[in-house]
Design a protein. Structure first.
Length: 392
């Protein structure tokens, strides 16, 4: 399959994204998105304890993901509900489909990286705000004083920390921009893409192993054969959404940089407002990004089959045809991803003609033997006149 052919097929399948179900799917995203924003805003105040509650809102995101799968492939339950999502999460081992823990760890690593890069410029940013500059210099002097107690430092922050809200909003916003974008558009989506590809290569894989095992299987084996093409096509079709997220994030950061609070207790909420609000727009935009990625995987799956080595094809075929493999609707519609092996593939050391001598041959027809003409039987009546009769 050429790149042009793949683009044509993807464009044809993308037409399924804009229909009346799209509005319903987006509306189903609103409750879990709002809940996620609240948990993230409270993370600073609760010392990240609120982040553990994210797991209980993931089934609502899973519901929308299953509806996207149906819109792309036509397989599954069209009216998938929150109840179905919670049932699948807690009864069918689907909790690892998003790979949230790995994505959060990757996001935290990026936060630490950008913190190290931007902390050196914090003083310069603070100097852009006169009301914050004096407070910042007094705080540095107070902290550097060895005679200062912890209570004195805390009381100073509670009394004057609100004046630092504007530069802190900018710095926190800059630090969180890349991690938020990476986790939502690439980290979690990559896990979902690998899982979706696994459901194509091994239909009904979720009935046999957990979703986390399925995406790990795809990522570590046949998913690698398609990673380069998938990422290139993903950026080609999704870059407008990435630009839109960047513009929205920049506008939010610019607007909140003018806000200032006098109460230091409100400072954590203000400085985390931009990343939290940006998540709302990111998730809505990511809905369309994920739809495009599933279209790319659906139409690009023949490329995966073309690039598979023979040993991998045999393994997938044997797994799918095993008597212990549980089949369902996906198997009935998709069938086996790998075609059945030919005689040479199934018997690499045998020849299809090796038993030809033992095969009964059709005997050639025997020539008919010369048989004497049979003498007529019965009564012969001579009706000629007497003078013409032969006396003999």
């Amino acid at each position: 399959m050429t790149t042009k052919e793949l683009d044509t097929k993807v464009a044809e399948r993308q037409k399924r994204i804009f229909h009346k179900r799209t509005l319903i799917n987006v509306l189903l995203l609103l409750p879990p998105t709002l809940a996620l924003q609240v948990l993230l805003v409270c993370a600073i105040s609760t010392y990240s304890a609120s982040l553990f509650l994210i797991y209980f809102i993931l089934p609502m995101f899973y519901t929308v993901e299953k509806r996207i799968c149906y819109d792309v492939s036509g397989i599954g339950k069209p009216d998938y509900t929150y109840a179905d999502g919670y049932k699948a999460f807690f009864n069918s081992s689907q909790g690892g489909i998003f790979g949230v823990i790995i994505s959060i760890v990757q996001g935290l690593m990026l936060i630490m990286l950008f913190y190290l890069l931007l902390q050196l410029s914090f003083g310069s940013i603070v100097n852009c705000f006169p009301e914050a500059s004096s407070t910042y210099n007094d705080l540095i002097t107070l902290v550097n004083n060895q005679n200062t107690t912890y209570e004195e430092s805390l009381n100073f922050i509670l009394a004057y920390g609100g004046t630092l809200s504007r530069p802190l909003t900018i710095v926190i916003g800059l630090i969180a921009f890349a991690p938020v974008g990476f986790v939502l558009f690439f980290g979690i989506n990559s896990n979902l893409d690998n899982h979706y590809l696994c459901t194509i290569v091994l239909p009904d894989i979720d009935k046999n192993i957990s979703s986390s095992q399925a995406r790990s299987l795809s990522k570590g084996s046949f998913g690698r054969l398609f990673t380069g093409t998938r990422l290139a096509k993903t950026f080609k079709y999704n870059w407008p959404y990435y630009v839109a997220f960047t513009v929205i994030y920049g506008l939010l950061l610019y607007g909140f940089s003018f806000l200032q609070v006098n109460n230091a207790y409100l400072l954590p909420i203000l400085v985390s407002a931009v990343p939290a609000l940006s998540i709302f727009f990111a998730i809505i935009l990511d809905y369309f990004c994920l739809f495009n990625e599933y279209c790319i995987i659906e139409e690009g799956s023949p490329i995966v089959l073309e690039r598979m080595p023979s040993s991998m094809k045999d393994s997938i075929y044997q797994t799918y045809c095993s008597k212990h493999y549980v089949h369902g609707e996906e198997s009935a519609i998709r069938g086996c991803f790998v075609p059945g092996p030919t005689f040479n593939e199934a018997n690499p050391f045998s020849s299809p003609f090796e038993n030809a001598d033992n095969t009964p041959k059709a005997s050639a027809p025997k020539p008919e033997e010369d048989k004497p003409e049979e003498q007529p039987t019965g009564v012969v009546i001579d009706l000629t006149k007497d003078e013409h009769k032969d006396n003999k």
